[in-house]
Design a protein around this ligand. Structure first.
Ligand code: ATP
Ligand code: MG
Ligand code: MG
Ligand code: MG
Length: 465
């Protein structure tokens, strides 16, 4: 049976009703006649205060448990819900009984009351969800995952599951993990060393870097689809915004051009920020106070703003005027560096910026080509502090142009026969984008490192378990 969690108990009136809380002890303060125990069950940011009054009399089991109790122990506490004299909380539990479910020995429990560094907490990833910060991140992640489905379902998009194992390199960036098959039994019997070069059932296969190409096959049948799943990139760099395993949301919709794509991306982000402000208010207040000052104000202003639109060519011209401020000198044809993205969102405009029409050389083969022969209908949504949060484009819908581009880029059109079929049979203008889920969570929480917004980060030097 599901029992009321602390989140619900805190909303009950202080009418002396009997309540039972179960959770983990955050703090214990023993003041001779009174003992205060703060219990948290992860259902919300707040802990509930449980007060044990020795003058009122406690049973001997409870008295003994109070003596043994330490931070991190799991407990069940029964008592009456009363008005709290302490500031900051309306109710507390006038406790009668305490039962320790599992003790956390004080000598060895790694999460003592002091503040721990995020680096240290990454080493104990199995326990960090018990801290304020990681509990809050996990709740925001959960709420945002649900909000993503809400947004698309409300707008007529259907959820499609694209494969994790795939033969196509959607981005052409080559940063893929290869999948091999291992006949461990056979290897053990033969006594030969493990052969890691074997392909997946005879075919070269990889972990997906993006569900887009497969997503397009459904968008050109169901009109509006989205994917939301794990993606993998062998990012061989140590940045605060790249993971080797991350979650991506990729809407793809037919009868749509770049302008529709920009509008969808802006509406989508604003919907998510508003949801976070409304429904993760307690956690966001914590992030605002402890992690990134002003994050609530920033999100609110973005919700009420209009995103700036600028072409890549105009953006580079603007950046060139300030070339002296950059380590990497901008020039037409370069990929925008994070310092450039920072400049565009924090100085040129104060807020999100959508950069469009990038040089075709720095973008993937599938983007719609402009008539100038040099640029493609790409868009990157950049946000202050973070840079790129969304990358997308209108897709090339002409069979002839797409085939030509694939060949030009040294790829084999035969490998893409199924993708070309979408243009061969009933082609339509269509567009889509990818939002990195962890970048979204980074932005909303104000956390500094992407490794701290996913339960188990997979990145260079970080895959302990
Ligand atoms: P970047 O320029 O930051 O490396 P990208 O242009 O390679 O990103 P896309 O291929 O456009 O990324 O992927 C779409 C979105 O997925 C990005 O806008 C970003 O939000 C997210 N993303 C890309 N790579 C990563 C990664 N390694 N870790 C986490 N999120 C990522
Ligand atoms: Mg990249
Ligand atoms: Mg990019
Ligand atoms: Mg991109």
């Amino acid at each position: 049976m599901l029992y009321p969690q602390i989140k619900e108990i805190l909303k009950f009136p202080a009418d002396s009703r009997d309540v039972t809380v179960r959770g983990w002890v955050r703090t214990k303060r023993d003041l001779k006649n009174l003992v205060f125990v703060e219990v948290n069950d992860g259902s919300c940011f707040s802990s509930i205060q449980c007060t044990f009054d020795r003058e009122a009399g406690l049973d001997s089991d409870t008295e003994q448990s109070l003596g043994e109790l330490s931070t991190g122990s799991s407990v069940e506490i029964r008592g009456k819900l009363v008005t709290s004299p302490a500031s900051g909380q309306a109710v507390e539990i006038a406790s009668a009984q305490l039962r320790i479910i599992g003790i956390a020995p004080a000598e060895s429990y790694p999460l003592q009351k002091k503040r721990h560094s995020f680096e240290f907490l990454r080493e104990i990833g199995h326990l960090r969800a018990r801290t304020n910060t990681f509990g809050a991140v996990a709740r925001v992640r959960s709420r945002m995952a649900f909000a993503i489905h809400e947004f698309f379902q409300q707008n007529g998009f259907q959820y499609v599951h694209t494969p994790i194992i795939t033969a196509s390199d959607a981005e052409g960036a080559g940063a893929m993990f290869q999948v091999t098959t291992l006949d461990l039994d056979g290897i053990a019997k033969s006594g030969k060393p493990v052969d890691y070069s074997k392909d997946f059932f005879g075919k070269q296969s990889f972990l997906t870097v993006s569900g887009q190409l497969e997503g397009e096959t459904y968008a050109t049948a169901l009109s509006r689809i989205y994917t939301f799943g794990p993606t993998f990139r062998a990012e061989n760099s140590n940045t605060t915004r790249h993971l080797a395993e991350f979650w991506m949301i990729e809407p793809e919709f037919a009868f749509a051009e770049l302008e529709d794509n920009m509008e969808l991306a802006e509406n989508f982000l604003k919907f998510l920020f508003r949801k976070a402000l409304d429904e993760c208010a307690e956690d966001l207040t914590f992030f605002d106070n402890q992690i990134q000052k002003g994050i609530i104000e920033t999100l609110t202003s973005v919700v009420n703003s209009k995103f700036t639109h600028i072409t890549y060519t105009d953006a580079v011209a603007e950046l060139e005027k300030h070339a002296g401020e950059f380590e990497f000198k901008p020039y037409w044809g370069c990929d925008l560096q994070s310092e450039h993205e920072k400049f565009l969102t924090e100085k040129a405009a104060a807020g999100p910026v959508i950069v469009t029409d990038y040089p075709k050389e720095i973008k993937a083969f599938y983007m719609k080509q402009n008539d100038d022969g040099k640029t493609v209908r790409a868009m990157d949504v950049l946000v202050p502090r973070l840079g790129e949060i969304i990358g997308g484009s209108e897709r090339e819908s002409s069979l002839e142009k797409l085939e030509k581009r694939i060949t030009e880029m040294g790829m084999n059109p035969e490998d893409y026969w199924w993708y070309l079929d979408l243009r061969r049979y009933g082609t339509v203008p269509h567009a889509g984008f990818g939002l990195g889920f962890e970048r979204l969570i980074l932005y909303i929480t104000g956390m500094a490192n992407i490794r701290d917004v996913i339960p188990y980060p997979r990145a260079v030097g970080q895959a302990e378990f």
